[in-house]
Design a protein around this ligand. Structure first.
Ligand SMILES: [Fe+2]
Length: 306
């Protein structure tokens, strides 16, 4: 039985020269490693007024598993404002805006016709493994995502998740030099975004893994897309990326879930993908998605060491 309260905290966990703190954290994460999706679930009675128990259950799951899946007891409570409200109660205030998000910076993900570049989240095509905002500037990294399902597709639209902290552990255990390569500031470059011949975003280079100086937490930028990603021309980087893709293809360590109406995922921007889907005349997929620069607030009862 895992104790979700004992999330270790230290600023040396991701320091490759310090194995003691890493080992303690590693053990916590591997002990908590989800064996099935039920461990992530939290029932919410009123998303506009979380009870302290519901709030703690969500933050604990995000720390241990990288994600929580909430289920509204009352599926009729599905106004779009619930996403903001949920976020605020979890300490999430700084929303990322993007080219396709709505005025309130919460995106309504559904199939729609798009002018200019076609963004796959607004189509029914599969989305390959990624973390959100991998093309964002260093000071605008996405730490947390809330995705609420108003309506699933008639068929398909299944998400897979892998906590990037678990991926980090698998990589570091096999070859710490891969971690060093992935933390290089030029490890991954996203070329500029050109729409109608005009540059709407400059090229962005940055590390895959980085550590937040204030919280000491691990962030990951990643996309499995072959096009539009330039990896640093270095053998260790290439091998590390091959290994990442190998791990992401291992279904024994990833988690699959298809959100039902009234359910949502709150996660630390963990690795995720989505299968393609089909809408019908009577049922169309609609998700509300908010992305935050904030991290889910630290849990009560955190255990410090080091
Ligand atoms: Fe995403």
């Amino acid at each position: 039985m895992i104790n979700l309260n004992k999330q270790p905290k230290s600023d040396k966990i991701f320091d490759l020269s310090c194995t003691r703190d890493y080992e303690i954290w590693r053990q916590f994460k591997l002990n908590a490693l989800y064996k099935n999706v039920e461990a992530l679930k939290v029932e919410i009675v009123d998303p506009y007024s979380l009870t302290p128990e519901e709030n703690t259950a969500i933050t604990q799951r995000c720390a241990a598993y990288g994600a929580a899946i909430y289920q509204l007891s009352d599926v009729s409570l599905q106004d779009k404002t619930l996403v903001h409200q949920l976020g605020q109660q979890l300490g999430l205030l700084s929303l990322d805006g993007n080219l396709r998000s709505d005025e309130d910076n919460v995106s309504s993900l559904q199939v729609r016709s798009q002018q200019g570049n076609q963004y796959i989240p607004y189509t029914n095509k599969p989305l390959s493994w990624h973390t959100d905002g991998y093309y964002n500037a260093a000071d605008k990294q996405i730490w947390t995502i809330i995705m609420h399902c108003v309506s699933p597709a008639a068929e398909g639209g299944v998400n897979s998740l892998l906590d990037h902290e678990i991926l980090y552990i698998y990589l570091r255990d096999e070859n710490p030099l891969w971690i060093e390569a992935l933390m290089h500031p030029q490890a991954m470059t996203i070329p500029s975004n050109i729409e109608d011949g005009k540059e709407i975003r400059a090229a962005v280079a940055g590390p895959v893994f980085s550590v937040d100086k204030i919280s000491g937490r691990l962030h990951m930028r990643y996309s499995a897309r072959k096009r539009n990603i330039e990896w640093r021309d270095d053998v260790l980087t290439q091998h590390a990326v091959e290994k990442i893709n190998e791990l992401l293809a291992d279904e024994s360590i990833t988690l699959k879930y298809r959100l039902n109406a009234g359910e949502g995922i709150i996660c630390n921007n963990v690795l995720h993908n989505r299968t393609g889907f089909d809408d019908s005349d009577t049922q169309q997929r609609l998700m509300y998605r908010a992305r935050y620069y904030d991290q889910i607030t630290e849990m009560r009862g955190i255990k410090c060491f080091g």
